[in-house]
Write a protein that binds this ligand. Structure first.
Ligand code: ATP
Ligand code: MG
Length: 231
């Protein structure tokens, strides 16, 4: 479907959230991200970074407050609209049993083979895929179990760029990723995020350095913001 092009501003306005009522995770969380800006979220484990991006993707509903995209509450849009405009690579990406090609194509039945390969090349996944015995037709196993976590992130990354979203969310895997895959992900980030609004949960200094703004999260609160020179 052809949606009218969005700009890609995203705002969290007084967003509160908890997984269970006794334990608030976010309380009146506010951020305003301008179209094209790259935001890095940093903070210790359990501080709420993944929760923030999962709310941005609307996998969790805020208990109160609003998330605005180009000034409009995203609840007024469909999930299909949201996920055409906002692409995501989650910390533990979900792959389904099927081939690599199917996993990159996902719901986009109109995607041609060349589009799939282009997306994989853009995120530097093409080379590792071609090293597999059956290339793009390799079965990934239940939940992608036959791939490493870094490889799963790359496949998920390719899936996200195939949709060409204006807003991009990337929750970098923390689990051991070999240096080579890590470098591939890093290069992919630099290429893909250019010109898009993006949230990156970054663990590597190189990713953090290239962000326009770094937000330091502690216990669900924004405690500092600035670029890496300011912090
Ligand atoms: P990490 O750097 O380890 O990925 P994070 O900053 O992404 O951490 P979150 O995953 O957002 O942290 O978790 C924030 C808090 O919410 C933590 O206390 C965590 O234990 C809790 N939490 C996260 N997911 C759930 C869930 N599905 N159910 C209940 N509590 C959760
Ligand atoms: Mg996390």
């Amino acid at each position: 479907e052809n949606w009218p092009e969005i700009k890609g501003d995203i705002t969290f306005k007084n967003v509160s959230f908890s997984y269970n009522p006794e334990e608030p995770i976010l309380e009146n969380f506010n951020i305003e991200v301008k179209a094209g800006e790259t935001i890095a979220l940093v903070g210790e484990t359990g501080s709420g970074k993944s929760t923030i991006v999962n709310i941005a993707c609307r996998f969790y509903e805020a208990t109160s407050g609003e998330i605005l995209i180009d000034g409009v509450n995203y609840k007024e849009r469909s999930q299909l609209w949201l996920h055409s405009n906002l692409g995501y690579v989650l910390q533990s990406p979900h792959l389904f049993s099927g081939t690599i090609k199917d996993n990159i194509r996902y719901g986009r039945l109109d995607a041609r083979e060349m589009d799939i390969i282009r997306a994989a090349k853009l995120v530097n996944a093409h080379d590792f895929i071609m090293k597999l015995e059956k290339g793009y037709d390799t079965e990934v196993g239940e939940g992608g179990g036959l791939l490493s976590s870094g490889e799963k992130q790359l496949i998920s990354f390719a899936r996200a760029v195939l949709a060409n979203p204006r807003i991009f969310v990337l929750d970098e895997a923390t689990s051991s990723i070999d240096t080579e895959t890590e470098q591939m992900i890093q290069k992919a980030i630099n290429k893909v995020l250019k010109g898009r609004t993006s949230f990156i949960i970054a663990h590597r200094l190189s990713t953090i350095r290239s962000a326009d703004r770094i937000l330091v999260i502690r216990k669900g609160k924004l405690i500092e913001a600035g670029n890496h020179h300011q912090l």
